[in-house]
Ligand binder design. Structure first.
Ligand code: 8DG
Length: 138
């Protein structure tokens, strides 16, 4: 190996949270980049090196929403992102706090029909059927 740079094969993950309470899913409205600003997503973000997905997602949700959470099972497909990253969704339970838009322009709770009609970021449409099924089962 040359130089100080250490290459790893680890795929960089963006983890997103499906937080469902009382038959409603929490959506958060993006402020950036310009092509996604104003669209709705599942809150979350990039997992840092050395973090497990669950640790990273809990950190992101504390930073973005001011809540304590428990990260549960995966839901939906892996969505490939640019630069070799992958987007994954997890079912997440709220433990403490009220979700607040600290880094988004707004948050809102949606029913299944409201989710289907929402202006979601395009990648998150891949999870629509599974999310609707969980909402229906609530
Ligand atoms: N958090 C989140 N990101 C998503 C979703 N769907 C989707 O395509 N993305 C994309 C948008 C971004 O390109 C990337 C994650 O960006 P991010 O801005 O949330 O990541 P981050 O909080 O770690 O912020 P930064 O390092 O970019 O400052 O994944 C989603 O449901 N949630």
């Amino acid at each position: 190996m040359h130089g100080a740079r250490v290459e790893t094969n680890a795929v960089r993950e963006v983890a997103a949270a499906a937080i469902i309470v009382g038959g409603r899913l929490l959506l958060a409205q993006r402020v950036a980049p310009p092509e996604l600003a104003g669209m709705w997503e599942l809150p979350g973000g990039k997992i840092e090196p050395g973090e497990s997905p669950a640790q990273g997602l809990r950190r992101e949700l504390r930073e973005e929403l001011g809540v304590d959470t428990v990260v549960g099972d995966r839901i939906g497909v892996d969505v490939p992102l640019p630069k070799g990253m992958v987007l994954r969704a997890y079912l997440v339970s709220l433990c403490d706090g009220t979700p607040t838009a600290l880094e988004h322009s707004a948050v809102r709770w949606v029913t299944g029909p409201e989710l289907a009609a929402a202006d979601l970021v395009p990648n998150d449409r891949a999870w629509l059927a599974e999310l609707m099924a969980v909402l229906r089962a609530e």
